[in-house]
Design a protein around this ligand. Structure first.
Ligand code: NAD
Length: 664
């Protein structure tokens, strides 16, 4: 009897088993049960051909099941049943063969893949190890080092690399014909192959790489440990340990945080307010301004197949902008992201003439951060473009409602806030203005997704979600200086928490001038009761604007490594209002409390629709450690959050406006 997701068909002495569980044929309970039934029916077949309908073979487990106790049949039992089935199973592979999908393929006697198929054990990305023998079978088949690379990084590997390593038997265009041509005797099950060997050198090398890349996450190390069991114990014992650790890790804070990040990212890309709203058709895009951001945006759009026209101020600026864009495309080609033929097909032009914008469906503006320049650009565009053509600004800090003041049909105006470097960074804040229509927002989401980026909806406030959170975090770091901490101490504590960089190193990298200009802009509106620390201002006024000038919060020599500078140490000490002592934990608590409080205010003001959206912004735009789930998720894991926020705010009067949630 077939169930709805696994069907079997007998043709002569061949049993065809097909999984159809859209979108990615995940190994849900119904799939597992269906495969068990198929094994029961495979008795006298010569071969069992296992394939999946749709764009991919099984690409993982059903993560919604991970919060519940496992439901029978368990995947390890399904894989064992396939492996010991009376008839040999052949896995016919296409798309991405991931996690449970690869584990099932490893239970089969033969594996054949179409060209371009990719393979991976991505469990580490959600804080887990494989749970159905993947960490024990894969190293037996392809060797310890390749299996360790796949399981500890979660990165996918190509069909040709798998073929070279013996992970698959063949690459073929016609999978079924290749399977029917199998005449070789049934090979030994993968679980019965000899134990893999791990050299001490390879283990040391992997441990060192993980110490650098994991940034506090534990799952990469658990994966390494599980692979070492394959080298040290027999298969049943290795599998028993793997399953136990897999089930235990499902309950871990790290796995919950990573699963939250996964689901939050997915939810952010489909905001509730846009359910059922269709985007406009977009084919051609005007990018205004071919500087750092404009060039990155244009390159992303070109690579996604859009036709791009660049508008600049002078012929020289057009040339400079086009060559910036072409340099980015060259590098994409060099890295194999696009072929020579694809490169030749990209449609890029440029001019200084706004009349060239007449046919475009949307304009994305990335000119100087100056309100009158931006207003003029949109006046010019609206004179030439169709009255319903979309108009988007990439401003970071200006009020987009003011940028578009007086534009006809303001429902077509929005903010598309890309992050730098725009051709690489995945995050785009989609800014809803007072009059932006749902159709315009949906179009912003559609474009962003076509660029392969992750959109998050945000309302208008100073800095939107991301830069407003960043400003709160930096202010809290400045208060720590004023209370007696030193920059290197704060940076080290935040790196220890899992941030790629501390707040002061990061300012040196990006430059201190933009934040300085923002503070000057805010001078007139800053409440007089707000605590203000002027150390960063003093640095800028002394020409210490960051790494580019060789000095900022630190001093830089050839290596670009930050070096503590006595001048800054003395300046901080002199400016400090008190000399308290802080542990790394105190520092983390202060900065996280400020960040979470600001996030909560952003939610209460409706600037972000969900706490998950704020987490996505911090994870994708600011390097917040993914294994901590984002600041809001992290806050939810602290059982004394409210008391902590209130107490820390009280220690530093005038430092924050408490969110309503934290008020007594
Ligand atoms: P940039 O100085 O590198 O580039 C600006 C470009 O705009 C220059 O090439 C200039 O010639 C051109 N330009 C100026 N006036 C113009 C006009 N009237 N018509 C056409 N072109 C004109 O600046 P950038 O860093 O690319 O920033 C551009 C925008 O993106 C700003 O609003 C900025 O706030 C925003 N932004 C910047 C970053 C970042 O990290 N740099 C991140 C997000 C958003």
């Amino acid at each position: 009897m077939d169930n709805s997701v696994v069907t079997t068909k007998r043709v002569g002495d061949i049993l065809h088993v097909t999984i159809s569980n859209p979108p990615v044929n995940a190994t849900s309970q119904a799939v597992r049960a269906g495969l068990m039934d198929a094994v029961a029916r495979s008795g006298n077949a010569r071969l069992v051909l296992l394939s999946c309908a749709g764009p991919t073979f099984i690409a993982g487990g059903d993560m919604s099941e991970f919060d519940r106790p496992p439901e029978a049949p368990d995947l390890p039992d399904v894989v064992a049943a396939i492996e010991h089935s009376p008839a040999p199973w052949v896995a016919l592979l296409h798309g991405t063969v991931l996690g449970g999908g690869l584990e099932i393929a490893l239970g089969c006697s033969h594996r054949i893949a179409v060209p371009g198929t990719r393979f991976g054990l991505p469990e580490v990305n959600v804080g887990l190890i494989p749970g159905a023998g993947g960490s024990q079978r894969l190293p037996r088949l392809v060797g310890f080092e390749m299996a360790a690379e796949m399981a500890t990084t979660g990165k996918m590997t190509s069909a040709s690399a798998m073929l070279d390593a013996g992970g698959i038997d063949e690459i073929a265009e016609d999978l079924e014909a290749a399977a029917l041509a199998i005449t070789s005797p049934r090979p030994a099950p993968v679980s019965a192959l000899a134990q893999p060997v791990a050299s001490a050198k390879a283990i040391d090398h992997i441990r060192a790489a993980l110490a650098h890349s994991a940034k506090g996450a534990k799952a990469p190390f658990h994966n390494l440990e599980a692979l070492l069991w394959a080298c040290e114990t027999d298969f049943p014992e290795g599998q028993r340990r793997e399953r136990n650790l897999h089930l235990a890790l499902r309950q871990s804070a790290e796995s919950r945080a990573l699963r939250h990040a996964f689901f939050a990212e997915r939810a952010a890309a489909r905001p509730a307010v846009l359910t059922g709203v269709s985007p406009k058709e977009i084919g051609s895009i005007i990018v205004v301004g071919g500087g750092l951001m404009g060039a990155g945006i244009a390159a992303s759009c070109l690579l996604a197949g859009y036709k791009i026209h660049l508008l600049e101020t002078t012929a020289e600026a057009v040339e400079a902008g086009l060559s910036r864009i072409n340099a980015l495309l060259d590098s994409s080609q060099k890295r194999g992201k696009i072929s020579v033929a694809q490169r030749a097909s990209l449609r890029l032009t440029g001019s200084t003439d706004y009349a060239d914008s007449a046919q475009a469906d949307i304009a994305i503006e990335a000119v100087f951060e100056d309100i009158s320049v931006k207003q003029q650009v949109f006046q010019n565009l609206s004179r030439h473009m169709a009255p319903e053509a979309l108009l988007a600004t990439n401003t970071s800090y200006l009020d987009p409602n003011a940028i578009f003041a007086g534009i006809q049909n303001p429902n077509r105006c929005l903010g598309l806030h890309f992050f730098s470097p725009a051709h690489i960074m995945k995050l785009v804040e989609i800014i809803a203005l007072e009059d932006t229509s749902h159709e315009t927002l949906a179009s912003g989401f559609a474009i962003t997704k076509r660029l392969g980026k992750s959109p998050v909806l945000a309302g208008v406030c100073d800095g939107f979600i991301g830069n407003r959170m960043l400003a709160a975090y930096r202010r809290a770091a400045d208060y720590l200086l004023a209370d007696g901490a030193q920059p290197a101490q704060i940076d080290s504590a935040m790196r220890g928490f899992g941030m790629p960089m501390g707040p002061f190193e990061l300012q040196d990298l990006t430059g201190l001038q933009i934040a300085y200009a923002n503070r000057r802009r805010q001078d007139t509106t800053r409440p007089p009761t707000e605590r203000y620390v002027s150390i960063a201002d003093q640095l800028v006024e002394r020409g210490r604007t960051g790494q580019r000038t060789g000095k900022g919060w630190y001093r830089y020599e050839e290596s670009r490594k930050p070096i503590v500078d006595d001048e800054v140490t003395a300046l901080v000490r002199k400016a400090a209002e008190r000399q308290l002592t802080f542990s790394a934990q105190d520092i983390v608590e202060r900065l996280m409390a400020a960040l979470i409080n600001e996030g909560q205010r952003i939610l209460e003001e409706g600037i972000a629709a969900t706490a998950g959206d704020i987490d996505v912004v911090k994870l994708l735009g600011y390097g917040f450690p993914r294994w901590r789930g984002g600041p809001m998720h992290y806050g939810d894991t602290l059982n004394n959050l409210r008391d902590m926020v209130v107490a820390l705010a009280a220690q530093s009067p005038g430092s924050w406006v408490l969110a309503d949630r934290f008020k007594k």
